[in-house]
Design a binder for this molecule. Structure first.
Ligand code: SF4
Length: 340
């Protein structure tokens, strides 16, 4: 039988297992320290544990199950990792490098149910949810590749809120002082607008950042780009987001990919301004990464500037995020698509 990864366990669960084994529960903290602080991948090397306990851990758990099968580096420093899972499926994680920081981007599902038009992940359909351990392990790999990784985004393959329990558990372990201790405000969860998940998130009491992929200011364009909008249309989504902002007192980020000839005209900017007026939010404009299977092209520079200007005039905070790693297909799902 396949052993379960110990990375699926939070500190309390590991303590309980040790108690069940008639061991001292403080060993859980030592094990966490070996894995999350020292990056040790082998129970044998956990030298402050008894030989007996190491043996028992080895018999019952694995630590690292992902196999790194491809690693490519962009000229801009962005690094993309392709992993094979135990069941043979593949997922990707990326270290996005900018001058000031390195941001890790992880996947949460094998494939995705939602088939957004601009996204390579949706093209292959949905296979399964990732386990908590498979999510955490990506972060451990990314940290190994970039020691100064200090931000984390759940923006890779999959809709994080559609794998709610595993993702939230991973976030809590990553955020905990005994785990990776990455500050909640350095963690961004990006959702395509999966309303049931946003509703649940309201009461978690987590200080993480929430980003919503919007990509259109009207239902027609949004449903064309993101079919899940037919089930969760803009007015309903905005109502839930208003509630989220009210209850959590957090600012929301809206991601808006600018696609030439689709959603980047000044009239689209006007619709968006109307929709977001008076909301505690920020808009990230992102010229789309070209994905050759889909045929979308990034908006023209002048259109991006005009779009940004129109939002600013409505008092909306705006940043323009230039795509990273274009030469290595860093848009989510692209490497996985290429490697089929
Ligand atoms: S953008 Fe996100 S929600 Fe849409 S298909 Fe891609 S992974 Fe799924």
């Amino acid at each position: 039988m396949d052993k379960k990864s110990i990375l699926n366990l939070n500190l309390k669960e590991l303590e309980q297992i040790l108690i069940d084994w008639q061991q001292e529960k403080f060993h859980a903290l030592q094990i966490f320290s070996w894995i999350y602080k020292k990056g040790i991948k082998d129970f044998e090397k956990m030298s402050d544990l008894s030989v007996l306990l190491r043996k028992k851990l080895k018999e019952n758990f694995s630590i690292f199950d992902l196999e790194l099968i491809k690693e490519i580096k962009s000229v801009d420093g962005t690094k993309k990792l392709l992993f094979k899972l135990k069941d043979g499926n593949t997922i990707e994680a990326v270290n996005i490098a900018t001058e000031r920081r390195i941001t890790g981007c992880v996947s949460t599902q094998v494939g995705c149910k939602f088939a957004c038009k601009f996204c390579a992940s949706g093209l292959l359909g949905f296979k399964r949810n990732l386990e908590t351990a498979e999510i955490i392990e990506q972060v451990l790999f990314l940290k190994e590749k970039a020691k100064r990784l200090n931000n984390l985004v759940f923006m890779g393959i999959g809709e994080p809120l559609d794998n709610y329990d595993n993702v939230l558990k991973a976030i809590r372990i990553i955020n905990s002082p005994a785990g990776l201790n990455i500050g909640a405000r350095k963690i961004t969860l990006s959702s395509a607008g999966f309303i049931p998940g946003i509703k649940r998130l309201v009461s978690e009491g987590l200080q993480i950042e929430l980003a919503i992929s919007l990509h259109a200011g009207d239902d027609k364009t949004r449903s064309f780009l993101m079919p899940l909008n037919k089930k969760y249309p803009l007015q309903e989504l905005l109502a839930v987001i208003k509630e989220y902002i009210k209850k959590t007192k957090r600012q929301i980020t809206f991601e808006y990919i600018l696609i030439d000839g689709v959603n980047s005209s000044i009239s689209e900017a006007e619709k968006l301004s109307k929709l977001l007026k008076d909301l505690n939010c920020k808009v990230n404009l992102i010229p789309c990464n070209p994905v050759k299977e889909i045929g979308f092209l990034p908006a023209k520079k002048m259109d991006i500037l005009l779009f940004k200007d129109r939002l600013l005039k409505s008092g909306i905070k705006v940043t323009v995020r230039m795509p990273r790693g274009e030469d290595i297909q860093a848009a989510c799902g692209q490497l996985r698509l290429e490697s089929r």
